[in-house]
Ligand binder design. Sequence first.
Ligand code: PEP
Length: 249
Amino acid sequence: MRKHIVAGNWKMNNGLIQTETLISELKQQEKTSDAEVMIAPSFTNLWHAFEATRQYDIEVVAQNMHFSEKGACTGEVSAGMLKSLGIKTVILGHSERRAYYNETDQSLAKKVDAALANNMRIIFCFGEELSDRKAGRQEDVVEHQIKAALFHLNASAFEHIVLAYEPVWAIGTGETASPEQAQDMHAFIRKTLENTYGKNVSESVSILYGGSVKPANAKEIFSKPDVDGGLIGGASLNAEDFFAIVNAF
Ligand code: PEP
């Protein structure tokens, strides 16, 4: 079902002590919105974060996983390993993973299948580069990314998928897509879903926006009808800022 979601992607930040500190600060924040709250610490801190948030309305999710279940994949973590900790959701396809770690549409489709086979929920990220937007081909790029990794699935799989539109030019740059640019793309994504899977699916999938969302701009972005929440990088590392965004709904 379509829900409001605000997820914090901590990326490669915070050791154990900082994780403890940030989580205890998050627990002190008051939630006044209906948004589901998620945080994605690094693999090494997942277990601690999971334990520390047990009684709280904060879901701990993973930033990535491998598509294989086990074997000779040094340095990688499988869906089964995440599930063994109690992790139920994984972020896949973040632009940093696509750009620096060779993630392709093909490997992402395999990761999607592996996550679903393990009954995990997926936050699937995609978005165009600045050169794509300047050339006016942002919709083609986004359509291709979504179709290549997800459109082999049947309609019921979309109950386990959250989409995160993250224009690469807006990630960590301080540059945000305007609320209108976000809305236009989210409406396009919903239409793309509808064309293949029908309105039941397109109206029930949550579509998050990511790219320099801050307390100062969250309300306006979240006010758009097709924006169901945010994937937050930098601002998720500060408990007050993160909850100001959560409470922007
Ligand atoms: C992200 O990395 O997913 C992200 C949106 O980062 P930031 O909020 O820092 O732009």
